[in-house]
Design a protein around this ligand. Structure first.
Ligand code: SAM
Length: 238
């Protein structure tokens, strides 16, 4: 991984602190089933009022000692910290963690969630949190690990989307092959300042598939709320 995502966050953070926007460009993303799209950097620095309703809901439900998995620039961690919570942010992006620290996240560590060993009352995975699982075959591995990090009465708050709509043609039919991979498994491409990141796998998981995976591991999975575009927030608990 070249960490272009982290580089972009660092450039943006620098531009805010120096007041010069000259070095800032947005991130360009695309996937195996969609064309290029712009990810505006300021979205990754959003405040509570600019967050989608399902993220606001997740922050309102958070309690106790909190782990923010894939914290990025630390927007969710900062809100929770400002509200008196003990929050730890982790991310595999070195640049993202540098930015989270610069923005004031007190505990932010470069770490893959699979290497986390501390336990928490709330584990947050937000902005398509199931993306981190990468593919359907890895969901149990990640959920089992997350389960091992939960304190008694702990909860995992995770959002995702059912992206079936992306395969819908004009006649209302769906063009994915039911015999091939799960339709939410995508290849994700990111570029920044004309440089391409190493392609990643990124998983969108519909609620029923997440529910079934949780059930098979003895976890409860509850639909908390639905967003405006096939997105949802789920709460997973022991
Ligand atoms: C879509 S971004 C979301 C960032 C942030 N949560 C937000 O909402 O602004 C996903 C983040 O997860 C991080 N990530 C991906 N896989 C990870 C893993 N296995 N462990 C920890 N972080 C991971 C990425 O580096 C990236 O910062």
């Amino acid at each position: 991984m070249k960490d272009l995502f982290g580089q972009a966050l660092l450039d943006y953070q620098n531009s805010i602190s120096t007041g010069s926007m000259t070095t800032v460009e947005d991130i360009i993303t695309s996937t195996s089933i969609s064309d290029e799209d712009v990810l505006p950097l300021d979205y990754l620095f959003r405040s509570f009022k600019d967050m989608p309703k399902i993220e606001q809901k997740a922050l309102q439900l958070a309690k106790g000692k909190i782990l923010d998995v894939g914290c990025g620039a630390g927007s969710h961690s900062l809100y929770l910290q400002a509200n008196g919570y003990d929050v730890r942010g982790i991310d595999i992006s070195k640049g993202a963690i540098e930015v989270a620290i610069q923005r004031g996240v007190k505990e932010a560590v470069v770490m893959n969630v699979l290497d986390e060993i501390n336990t928490f009352d709330t584990i947050l995975l937000l902005m398509n949190g199931t993306g981190i699982f990468q593919e359907l075959a890895s969901v149990s591995k990640y959920l089992n690990h997350l389960k091992s990090l939960l304190n008694t009465q702990g909860q995992i708050l995770i959002d995702s989307s059912d992206i079936k709509y992306m395969y819908e043609d004009e006649d209302g039919g769906f063009w994915f092959d039911a015999n091939s991979n799960y339709y939410g498994e995508l290849d994700y491409f990111l570029s920044y300042k004309n440089e391409n990141e190493v392609p990643m796998k990124w998983l969108y998981l519909d609620f029923n598939t997440l529910f079934t995976a949780c059930k098979s591991l003895g976890l409860n999975c509850e639909l908390i709320s639905e967003g405006e575009h096939f997105d949802y927030l789920a709460r997973i608990s022991n």
